[in-house]
Design a protein around this ligand. Sequence first.
Ligand SMILES: Cc1ncc(COP(=O)(O)O)c(C=O)c1O
Length: 400
Amino acid sequence: MAFDVRRVRAAYPALADGYAYLDGAAGTQVPAAVIGAIRGAYEGGLGNAGGAFPASANADAITVCCREAVADLVGGDPAGVVLGPNMTTLTYRIAAALAATWRSADEVIVSRLDHDANVRPWVQAAGRAGAVVRWAEIDPVTGELPAAQYSGLIGDRTRLVAVTAASNAIGTRPDIPAITTMARAAGAFSYIDGVHATPHGPVDIRALGADFYATSAYKWSGPHVGAVIADPALLASLRPDKLVPSPDTVPERFELGTPAFADFAGVTAAVEHLAALDDAAAGSRRERVLASMAAAEAHEQRLFAFLLGGLDAMGHVTTYGKAAARTATAYFNVAGRTPRQVAEHLASRKINVWNGHNYAWELTGALGIRESGSAVRAGLVHYNDESDVTRLLDAVAELA
Ligand SMILES: Cc1ncc(COP(=O)(O)O)c(C=O)c1O
């Protein structure tokens, strides 16, 4: 393993501005290669898809490459990669298509751990179909989402289990294979929100048992593009609303309107960047992605132990979540200050963090902190280094 954070950081022009970017969970910075790929797509001549001239062929080729890259990132089939503007839009789209097959008294399971983008589309679709919504609860002390509860939630009428592979607020990584195994045994589909999980380690959607896996490239060094990955045969079984003349093939059937072709080129460059995070990674792009993301995860987790240890040692700080498996995402409050005041103080020390519920609406409600402004989130990604963490700890210590 050869993870060199200085080399990684040098790839990101924005990191030269002197700020500690601990806001990666809300969107990462992008490396020069991604910016170059997007620029290159425009400079190379870019038409709409499906035409008889070279600039149109460029758009077609960029789209094919993008599907292959996303498939390599998560271990999927390029023919099952649906591309779109972001995860939320795609999830509403898939929810509408799936809900068209639901009947009254069918059941849908969502969780209190999830970002609202993997809750509300299902709750609203269930409401329209007359389906029943059942809730998986968190343990408010540990922040775990115990998988065992799903055996009592999943039954003959369950049509869908929507659950996150990692919490965007407290980092909890639920036991997804255990949950999807139960769902599949009951004949229900699983919709796994991989938006927060994908940047923090290797992903294998087959090992997860995910029927649908959603991710967003802007969380892993790419542009603002979302993707849902599924078995092409499953996608072919669904009939989303679409325009009559638009392609009825899969995955195009799920893609509305003209997409951001140039950004797709940036997505491919982002996957190439991730595949090269570990200098020593070798083999196919999929193999290099797996090795590099494992190296990045080890780097993040080393720094996270330092970050959490520092926060937990401060008497004026309360941290939330202590799941056994979690991403390098800290969520905390400082006594006597609102989360916004803390974020403003940190900004004055050139540290970027988020304050608030971060759309973890049910979770912050379950933790009892939503009404008071929730908490401050400091999240690590592969380009963060020890000086980012030291700066955060020093600035939080000033608030004692
Ligand atoms: C865990 C998680 N799920 C879903 C979303 C929504 O993603 P998008 O912005 O691509 O719609 C986010 C965004 O922050 C997220 O963190």
